[in-house]
Design a protein around this ligand. Structure first.
Ligand code: G1P
Length: 278
């Protein structure tokens, strides 16, 4: 069973300045809910109940969001506004949240390694909150789809999607042997390749299931692309030693790390989720 999920949330969010000057980018609202809460809800829908966050300076608001605000509760008790807190209250009551700090920015691999003591020796999920994933009504959340696969194959899994050739430089890109529709056994993985160096057009998005041997591999991973410790490199080592799967998920992903993707997600959630719940 996958019970734990790690959120690396130490990044500065410079693309959203000045909005992110005093506020974590993960707290930016998509309509009326912070980006990071969508990720926690997705994981929760996959049966995960223990959450770990790798934070940094200026990220206190994330801890506060997953804690009860007594003054606020008191203030709106009995009013029509109480229901607006239902979704976050449910998450707080049904899950645990733990936080640790990454005090140097040395890449996603380093951030995940920093979360080791929160994940202990269990297989765990990783969500990059910038990637907001939605699925059709009645469909499993993207992470729930991956957990089902994990239960079948018991190895690390990355979520992938096809991207246009001129976009490969933004992602980790895989090559793999097709196992069945939408499922590949990874044979190669390159972090942010130029189109001419990309082994395919299958890009990794911010959803991973990792077996705990990834930590040893990360400890022995040299800085790679941009001088950072890359999870992509550790996963390639894992793929070579054993098995890593790449899964073309059912659903839609918005790149909320970019202004365009954030606005698209906002419009989509407003039209397809928010309005339906009014
Ligand atoms: C990270 C990973 C990359 C992956 C991407 C998905 O990059 O390093 O392999 O494709 O997340 O969002 P970042 O977007 O943090 O630069």
């Amino acid at each position: 069973m996958i019970r734990k999920c790690l959120f690396p949330v130490a990044g500065y969010g410079t693309r959203f300045l000045p909005a992110t000057k005093a506020m974590p980018k993960e707290i930016l609202p998509v309509v009326n809910k912070p980006l990071v809460q969508y990720g926690v809800e997705e994981a929760s829908a996959a049966g995960i109940s223990e959450f770990g966050f790798v934070t940094g300076r200026g990220k206190r608001a994330i801890e506060d969001h997953f804690d009860i605000s007594f003054e606020l509760e008191h203030q709106i008790a009995g009013s029509g506004k109480e229901s607006l807190l239902t979704s976050i209250r449910d998450l707080i009551h049904n899950n645990t949240f733990a936080f640790t700090r990454q005090n140097e920015m040395k890449g996603l691999g380093h951030a995940i390694l920093t979360g080791r003591n929160l994940m202990s020796d269990n297989p765990f999920a990783v969500i990059l909150a910038d990637d907001l994933c939605v699925v059709d009504e009645g469909e499993d959340s993207v992470l729930a789809q991956m957990v089902k696969l994990y239960n079948q194959f018991r190895c690390s899994i990355v979520a992938i999607m096809e991207v246009p050739e001129d976009q490969t430089h933004k992602y980790g890109v895989i090559a793999g042997e097709s196992m069945k529709d939408g499922l590949y056994r990874v044979t190669d993985m390159v972090e942010k390749p130029a189109p001419k160096d990309a082994p395919s057009n299958l890009a990794i998005i911010g959803r991973y299931i990792l077996t705990p041997d990834i930590f040893e591999l990360l400890e022995n991973t040299e800085p790679g692309k941009n001088g950072e410790i890359q999870i992509t490199d550790a996963l390639l080592a894992q793929a070579k030693a054993g098995c890593v799967l790449a899964y073309q998920f059912r659903g839609r992903r918005f790149d909320c790390g970019s202004i365009d993707g954030f606005v698209e997600a906002t419009n989509y959630i407003y039209e397809n989720v928010y309005k339906n719940n009014q």
